[in-house]
Design a protein around this ligand. Structure first.
Ligand code: BTN
Length: 251
């Protein structure tokens, strides 16, 4: 593999509870940076906010252990590194019209094709490790296989391309892409990464609803700034920076 760090060591499993869980365990035992855990299926694949990540055979589920030497507020921006890496592969290698949704979804035709779950271990200011989990719906017939609640909001490479993809090829391309943007993140920080990510951010300039744990905000999505915050223009004209939440676009 033509990578500097990502994928230098790969653990392949047929089945696991969650690749993120195993990657965290391995990281705790000192696994080297760039170690990847990939599984054919997950019994309890996890999404953000404790949601389940539906993980039938045929798609990609993997987690990468990273050990960047920066403080925790920089590390939260790794979701943009991963989102950009996935968006570039899906658009350049598979010719799909890809969109990203703040903070960490990748969509095709307004439906989710990839989710990212980044988890970190910190000691004070210092980051021990970050695990970036990537789930890409690949060779899955969404309508036939996914629960009804997901059928209208999820899609897959098979659905969008009308054919199955070679999973090994997809996996390799994703690791190489992650490696390139991770190196850029280490050398230059996130400025250029977020700028490139914003080229896929079709929600910018639209009215959105952002739901977080305490409130629901409505406003015009103006920007994603260099801190990774979503900048909203509220009805009364004030600007609000949002750091966590789920966005839906009001069309
Ligand atoms: C989300 O959109 O809510 C995030 C989904 C992340 C799913 C991936 S699949 C591989 C890794 N292992 C997990 O348990 N979750 C992530």
């Amino acid at each position: 593999m033509q990578t500097k760090k990502v994928g230098k060591q790969i653990f392949f499993l047929h089945e696991v509870d969650s690749t993120n869980n195993l990657a965290k365990e391995l990281a705790g035992y000192g696994a080297v940076e760039g170690t990847v855990v990939i599984a054919e299926t997950q019994k309890t694949g996890r999404g953000r906010k404790g949601r389940e990540w539906c993980s039938p055979k045929g798609s990609l589920y993997f987690s990468v252990i990273l050990r960047p030497e920066c403080d925790s507020c920089e590390v939260v921006k790794l979701v943009f590194v991963a989102g950009l890496a996935v968006a570039e592969v899906l658009s350049k290698k598979y010719g799909l019209e890809v969109a990203v949704k703040w903070p960490n979804d990748v969509l095709v035709n307004e439906k989710k094709i990839c989710g990212l779950l980044s988890e970190m271990s910190v000691a004070g200011e210092k980051v021990n490790y970050v695990v970036v989990g990537v789930g890409v719906n690949a060779n899955v017939d969404v309508v036939g296989v996914f629960p009804e609640s997901l059928r209208n909001i999820a899609t897959s490479l098979e659905v969008e391309l009308g054919r199955k993809v070679e999973l090994n090829e997809l996996f390799r391309a994703l690791l190489e892409s992650l490696d390139v943007f991770y190196e850029q993140f280490l050398k230059e920080g996130t400025g250029k990464i977020i700028d490139k990510w914003k080229k896929y951010a079709v929600f910018l300039g639209h009215q959105v609803i952002v739901v977080d744990e305490v409130e629901t905000l409505k406003g015009l999505a103006l920007d994603v700034d260099n801190e990774g915050a979503l900048v909203l223009k509220l009805k009364d004209g004030t600007l609000k920076r949002v750091f966590v939440g789920d966005v839906s676009v009001r069309l």
